[in-house]
Design a protein around this ligand. Sequence first.
Ligand code: FAD
Length: 385
Amino acid sequence: MSVSRVVVVGAGLAGLQTVVALRSQGYAGSLTLVGAEDAAPYDRPPLSKALLAGLTDSTALEADWSALETDLRLSTTVTSVGDGVVTTDRGDLPFDGLVLATGAEPRRLAGAGSALTLRTRADALRLRTALRPGVRLVIVGAGWIGAEVATAAVAAGARVTVVEALDTPLATALPVEVGGRTASWWAGADLRLGARVAAVEPDAVHLAGGERVAADVVLLGIGARPTTVPGVEVTASGAVAVDEQLRTSRPGVLAVGDCAAWTSTRYGTRMHVEHWDSALRAPAVAAANLLGGAQVWDPVPYFWSEQWGRMVQYAGHHPAGDRLVWREDAERWAAFWLAGDRLVAALTVDRPRDLVQARHLMERDATVDAALLADPSVAVRSAAS
Ligand SMILES: Cc1cc2nc3c(=O)[nH]c(=O)nc-3n(C[C@H](O)[C@H](O)[C@H](O)COP(=O)(O)OP(=O)(O)OC[C@H]3O[C@@H](n4cnc5c(N)ncnc54)[C@H](O)[C@@H]3O)c2cc1C
């Protein structure tokens, strides 16, 4: 069936990329992009990096709206998806093709209404204003957001305490032997590992052991959960369930970016990542499939983080691995996960070339020589056997 009335829900990176891809793939019908925020699409990674550090105020994504011939409806929230129609808080929109790109929203703790979170530009500007020299910032969670905010806050002269329930930083993303190696980076902050939060008040965080950590500002960095709209099937973890072609349970409705969990043949499991690279690239596949194609989305996922003066990059899916190989070169190290002799994931610290080469090996499903991979004087691509 050919489509002539397409609605895209969510005006973030994935929503904008969907609109761009539809037009560049020749779609000439009507196109509406609906976004709950009041701002045109902007980029989120700089919010916890350059914007928080005061190096920029704008992270707007470039778009030629007149060339895109798109009806951009901001400050409009889609409340449900039905057969051929989405309901918004400003009326109904009929469609014959729909792409959900509703992203994710920060998790909160019960009773922590006064605490800040970081997802939007407004959140980042509010946090930046609070980061004055001497201010006592308590960050709950030593994950990616916690690490990046702590980096910026320490640089701004704030007194930073980070409270993490698990025993290593980045513990929900990385196994302890890898995350544990990053703990020494946090020297500028008071990093409390294995510390459970009992309660958050406007001026303090109370730990389960009874300790009260005084705070001027509390930031929750405890992860995000997918934002979904009633009317499509979701996974147990709450993401929009899509197949390998990014199609939801409802005909004519696809989903991309942080809100979607796709079926991966490569890893033999359903994948859900909240990575900029997926939001950038999946929309081209969704657009092609909305226009009658049958493309498969099955990438080697990629993510980066800039923290404590380091570029940390990750590609692949390490739960698929059964063996960890280290590549040591002082502060610039890497960890590789192998399944048998196949490379399935890599984490690199200030080794961008290694990461690019490792990702190519994974995309080729290459087998590798672990001893060569461990040797920093050998190019990663040369470890392919
Ligand atoms: C502070 C921060 C730093 C990050 N740093 C990195 C990084 O270093 N590396 C990396 O790989 N990734 C990073 N990410 C993740 C990356 O930014 C996301 O993966 C990417 O933004 C996802 O894009 P998206 O379009 O799927 O979702 P979003 O960017 O969340 O956009 C979704 C949009 O949909 C809107 N929306 C939601 N529901 C509705 C509705 N019902 N109706 C209408 N509109 C709706 C939302 O308001 C939002 O504007 C970072 C994220 C944050 C928040």
